[in-house]
Design a protein around this ligand. Structure first.
Ligand code: GLV
Ligand code: MN
Length: 201
């Protein structure tokens, strides 16, 4: 989904990928001088361990986008690691700038997305199996098994972006008025207040 590269590589200058304000260059972030690029700029060990799943969602997503891995700049690729405790969910979200390939490494995951036609597509994946989420579709991963599950997710963008369903609606800052949310979801304001109490920081 990203633009085509116009040079072999363009390793992002230190910190640039993590700072949206550091992005006057198109595509991607400014390059560090090619003469200073070394093998380690193309190497990333940040996914060798997963984050803790000891949280209300029972899940952890460790990002391997350009912000974490500057060597990805202009290459149109990113990779995440998803860890799910038994019963854990990587909650509903979408990526505005990339399709996502989910590949299960250990355990089992229910993976699903909803199309613009409102159709739900899903599959239970076992170790070594893959599922693809088309760009922009709302999706999740859920561990219906009894042991920890792990997947790698790969994207055709260096910075896929994440729109979290609940955080973007109930955690927006400043907040979306209760009246708008209550009318939109056809529920009482009390339900919106409850949801905001969970997702507003
Ligand atoms: C999983 O859906 C991910 O975005 O890594
Ligand atoms: Mn995703």
């Amino acid at each position: 989904a990203d633009p085509e590269p116009v040079q072999d590589f363009c390793v992002a200058v230190a910190g640039a990928g993590g700072d949206p304000d550091a992005s006057p260059a198109f595509p991607g972030f400014p390059c560090k001088p090619a003469s200073t690029v070394v093998s380690d700029d193309f190497f990333f060990a940040g996914l060798s361990r997963g984050g803790s799943t000891d949280n209300p969602f029972g899940s952890s997503v460790t990002p391997g986008n350009v912000a974490a891995f500057p060597g990805l700049n202009t290459l149109g690729l990113a990779i995440n690691r998803v860890d799910l405790a038994p019963g854990g969910v990587n909650p509903l979200h979408s990526h505005p700038r990339a399709a996502e390939l989910v590949h299960v490494i250990t355990g089992q995951m229910l993976v699903g997305f909803v199309s613009t036609a409102g159709k739900y597509y899903s599959k239970v994946l076992a170790e070594g199996e893959s599922f693809v989420i088309p760009r922009g579709m709302m999706h999740f991963q859920y561990n219906a098994g009894t042991v920890a599950a792990r997947a790698m997710t790969v994207f055709n963008s260096q910075l896929p972006g994440v729109v979290g369903a609940a955080p973007s609606l109930f955690g927006a800052d400043p907040e979306i008025p209760d009246a708008v949310l209550a009318k939109s979801f056809q529920v009482e304001g009390e339900i919106i207040k409850l949801l905001k109490s969970k997702f507003r920081k």
